[in-house]
Ligand binder design. Structure first.
Ligand SMILES: *[C@@H]1O[C@H](CO)[C@@H](O)[C@H](O)[C@H]1NC(C)=O
Ligand SMILES: *[C@@H]1O[C@H](CO)[C@@H](O)[C@H](O)[C@H]1NC(C)=O
Ligand SMILES: *[C@@H]1O[C@H](CO)[C@@H](O)[C@H](O)[C@H]1NC(C)=O
Ligand SMILES: *[C@@H]1O[C@H](CO)[C@@H](O)[C@H](O)[C@H]1NC(C)=O
Ligand SMILES: *[C@@H]1O[C@H](CO)[C@@H](O)[C@H](O)[C@H]1NC(C)=O
Ligand SMILES: *[C@@H]1O[C@H](CO)[C@@H](O)[C@H](O)[C@H]1NC(C)=O
Ligand SMILES: *[C@@H]1O[C@H](CO)[C@@H](O)[C@H](O)[C@H]1NC(C)=O
Ligand SMILES: *[C@@H]1O[C@H](CO)[C@@H](O)[C@H](O)[C@H]1NC(C)=O
Ligand SMILES: *[C@@H]1O[C@H](CO)[C@@H](O)[C@H](O)[C@H]1NC(C)=O
Length: 778
């Protein structure tokens, strides 16, 4: 098996995991049948499937659910045991119990879940999966005698045919993988208002009353709405239900999402994804307590939640799974209050100013006359977490802060002074900056076209006139480059997209000249692209010195790096083995360089080709990322070359193969793969080739989870490594190579973890390693 095939097989194991068909091709369970393991029920028309599923890549938590058979993205529309998963599906059993109910047993004895209907003892019952997605429990001899049905017991989705009854509630999943009831729910109330609530009580959105045709606050329902809502009132019951309008429609659901938003979603077969028809509330930040305590919401940021200055995520793992409800915790404990709240010790706490924020709404007004008095009122009460003084009125907060929003304009806007330990705000504290929010710098919305991300909030710089020197770059003549490279005779390497030659300028500066191949763009466009590359400067990026564009020739000129590329020191048998501290410093430097490319520079760039060959080392072994910006220069050509290139395949994130959009998280994946190689001193893919069942990255995850990281270390180091750093590096690598990009940390977070500022929790086993003889969580 070639490495590429192996990789594809890995990818397939995720996709096919939940869709394995079995021989149990029935639509019902009767009293002498049961369902277990991979067995499934299939509705008669082939629309729906019932069986065990898991969305959790890391552990073995399984649920009985119903999903669309033809929707390739596993989408449960109903879940039986949503809060009580089973761990071993081969030892779990869905059957008709003695009392006639459909029941789920684990280890064939303990009751996990039951339809729990009252059935008189002389009925023999059967459970049938109908082709509209309804699971019904009926009299086996008379199917119109229904004892229980899933349509009457919806979990997180309304769909065509469901009965939406008064006070009936659908509740969001806890996070993107865990179907247990979360904090957000949708319920129809007495006055026929459709409302969204936090924790079953705090309403954050209402539809307006039913006017006989629509909910008045939901105008989306009138225009091009693909389903029709009707109210049914008869002698037995009163409910709303909807039917799909038009027969060309694909699967359609109305779902309470983990984001707290209600989403009307339709499956688009051509793009193979769910698309939102409409979403309420439109603003993510209007969802009550979405970012949890001490979190702040921002509509413009792609990642809406971030922690306030001086705070960090309570649970990285929850955040990675889109559950922000745990919010943030203080990074440095307050030193001023002695814990009993009755005495002041140590240095006075300080207040950090945050302007243009939506103030939390549960503050208390104090009658004081000035800013200073307001501050003191807060300072001298140890339960006070923040204050705000607007010129006339003082408001203080005595508990966790919720519902903060930054870069906010609107009612409730103000300036908040946040209590922090003095050490969090050394010397001067900057006034009036929103940059206090940890992720404040991290971009507004990232718009992707092709494989390049650009910060839309920043205007692109244009240059017109090009002289010899442009933006600090030299526009070389081809003949000059020919001369200084001795007619391209000293080849440093043949990398991706062209060969690199050494040259020496007349002032004896050594340079590396890359002759690009396969570049088809015109000179003007090339110059424009290159000039933006010239503005990208960071101590961990190879300094760009100039370029040449004459006729068909396109060359890039960089500073020469005397120690060559990382792979030559790391992997190819070399007498001077890189020591641990150098390796760790190299890893951190690369991470910083990538963080800069992703988050800090003027036009945000995805590298797309991170591997040891593209990391160069200067005279002091400082790492410098090379070839950044090539993805941009080469455009479409680039991804084509990349995905068909053998040498790169071990570093490519799954989304390259599955065709999902490429985001900076693709670089994070490649970085993780490379970090494993930095630790082990060997190629990941070589270790795969040596023995089919020993894929180093998969082994690494297992060892990391068993806390046995020493055995991952390069033998040549003979155990000489800082164990704390080794643990961090191994864990970070395993987080980076998660199959789901949402689970991978950002490069900024990687930097903070490697720096030891943010703790690294134990990584889960990526789903891509299933089927490699590695069990998920015990
Ligand atoms: C199940 O039981 C019914 C009677 O209750 C019987 O007719 C049928 O043959 C049984 N099926 C199997 C597979 O044993
Ligand atoms: C079954 O229903 C009864 C009341 O109808 C309730 O007390 C009990 O908790 C339910 N059991 C389960 C497992 O839902
Ligand atoms: C079941 O039992 C009830 C009394 O408990 C009786 O009225 C009914 O006719 C019985 N049904 C069947 C199908 O035997
Ligand atoms: C089936 O049950 C329904 C409702 O309980 C009843 O109206 C109908 O007569 C029954 N049919 C037969 C064949 O027993
Ligand atoms: C939700 O409300 C219940 C009481 O109704 C309370 O015990 C629980 O702590 C609340 N949950 C959160 C996350 O605040
Ligand atoms: C679905 O895919 C299309 C095209 O691939 C994309 O434009 C759209 O944003 C995707 N929608 C979602 C919800 O991912
Ligand atoms: C968000 O909340 C604000 C104030 O509560 C309100 O004015 C605004 O209309 C809401 N936006 C949406 C989209 O619901
Ligand atoms: C701090 O404020 C709270 C709320 O007003 C109050 O209950 C508490 O007694 C105050 N503590 C001190 C030490 O004044
Ligand atoms: C300050 O806040 C108070 C109470 O919220 C409000 O009545 C007053 O108008 C505000 N003053 C200014 C200047 O915004």
């Amino acid at each position: 098996m070639t490495p590429r095939n192996a990789f594809l097989v890995l990818m397939f194991s995720i996709i096919s995991f939940a869709i394995i068909c079995s021989s149990h091709a029935s639509d019902s369970i009767t009293s002498n049948q049961s369902l277990s393991g991979d067995q499934r029920l299939f509705s008669v028309g082939g629309n729906f499937v019932l069986g065990f599923f898991s969305k959790d890549e890391s552990s073995s938590k399984f649920y009985i659910g119903i999903w669309y058979k033809r929707v390739s993205e596993l989408t449960p529309i109903w879940v039986a045991n949503r809060a009580t998963p089973v761990s071993d599906i081969t030892k779990s059993l869905l059957h008709i119990s003695k009392d006639g109910n459909l029941a789920l047993l684990e280890q064939s004895k303990s009751l996990i879940w039951s339809t729990n209907a009252t059935i008189s003892s002389n009925f023999s019952t059967a459970a049938v999966l109908q082709d509209n997605g309804n699971l019904i429990l009926t009299d086996a001899d008379n199917s119109s005698n229904i004892f229980w049905q899933s349509f009457d017991n919806p979990t997180h989705i309304w769909f065509a045919g469901s009965k939406i009854k008064l006070n009936q509630r659908i509740i969001s999943w806890k996070n993107s993988e865990d179907p247990a009831p979360g904090l957000f729910s949708n319920v129809l109330q007495e006055d026929t208002q459709n409302v969204l609530q936090w924790n079953m009580s705090q309403t954050y959105w209402t539809s307006g009353p039913w006017n006989g045709h629509i909910f008045t606050g939901l105008p989306e329902m009138t225009s091009n709405y693909p389903f029709k809502l009707t109210r049914v009132i008869n002698s037995e019951e009163s409910y709303f239900t909807f039917t799909l309008v038009g027969n060309a429609l694909g699967p359609f659901v109305y779902k309470i999402d983990v984001s707290g938003q209600m989403k009307a979603m339709m499956w688009i077969e051509s793009t193979k994804n769910w698309t939102s028809v409409f979403v309420v509330p439109d603003n993510q930040c209007n969802v009550t307590k979405f970012c949890g305590p001490f979190g702040s919401c921002n509509e413009q940021r792609q990642q809406h939640c971030s922690c306030l200055k001086g705070f960090s995520q309570r649970s990285l793992k929850d955040w990675a799974l889109s559950d922000y409800s745990g919010g943030c915790v203080r990074a440095t404990p307050l030193q001023y209050c002695d814990g009993t709240g009755s005495d002041y010790v140590g240095e006075r706490d300080k207040f950090f100013q945050m302007s243009s924020v939506r103030l939390p709404d549960d503050g208390q007004s104090l009658l004081v006359g000035s800013d200073d008095e307001c501050m003191q009122a807060c300072l001298y009460n140890c339960s006070c977490t923040a204050y705000s003084y607007n010129g006339t009125s003082c408001t203080v907060w005595y508990s966790d802060l919720y519902n903060l929003q930054d870069q906010y304009e609107g009612s409730g806007e103000g300036t908040l002074y946040l209590r922090l330990a003095a050490s969090e705000l050394p010397s001067h504290h900057k006034k009036g900056s929103v940059s206090g929010l940890v992720a404040g710098l991290v971009a507004a919305s990232l718009v992707c076209f092709g494989i390049l991300c650009i910060l839309v909030t920043l205007r692109r710089r244009r240059r017109r006139a090009f002289k010899l020197v442009m933006g600090g770059l030299v526009a070389f003549r081809y003949s000059d480059l020919q001369r200084v490279t001795k007619n391209f005779s000293d080849k440093l390497g043949a990398g991706s997209f062209g060969s690199v030659f050494k040259g020496v300028l007349p002032d004896s500066t050594a340079i590396a000249v890359k002759k690009l191949e396969g570049l088809r763009q015109g000179e003007k466009q090339f110059r424009a692209e290159v000039s933006t590359l010239g503005t990208i400067q960071h101590v961990n990026l190879v300094p760009f010195r100039g370029f040449c564009a004459e006729g068909k020739e396109r060359l890039l000129v960089f500073e020469y790096m005397p120690n060559g590329s990382l792979d030559s020191h790391l992997i190819h048998g070399n007498d001077n083995v890189l020591g641990w501290s150098t390796r760790y410093r190299i890893a951190l430097g690369i991470a910083r360089g990538l963080e800069y490319l992703h988050e800090k520079c003027r036009e945000c760039i995805i590298h797309c080709d991170i591997k040891p060959e593209n990391i160069l080392l200067d005279a002091e072994f400082n790492p410098k990322v090379a070839d950044f910006g090539l993805a941009k220069l080469l455009g479409r050509e680039f991804s084509h070359v990349l995905t068909s290139m053998r040498g790169t395949i071990g570093y490519l994130a799954p989304e390259w193969i599955t065709g999902l959009a490429i985001t900076p998280k693709a670089d994070v994946y490649s970085f993780g793969m490379m970090l494993l190689e930095i630790i082990s001193g060997k190629r990941n893919r070589k270790q795969l080739a040596e023995s089919g069942d020993y894929y180093f990255p998969a082994q690494a995850v297992v060892k990391v989870r068993e806390d046995m990281v020493q055995c991952l270390l390069d033998d040549r180091l003979q155990g000489n490594a800082n164990m704390d750093e080794l643990v961090i590096a191994c864990r970070v690598a395993c987080w980076c190579i998660q199959g789901l990009e949402s689970q991978r940390p950002t490069m900024g977070l990687v930097v903070r973890m490697l720096e030891g500022i943010t703790e690294v929790s134990i990584p889960p086993i990526p789903g891509i390693f299933r089927g490699l003889g590695i069990d998920a969580d015990e």
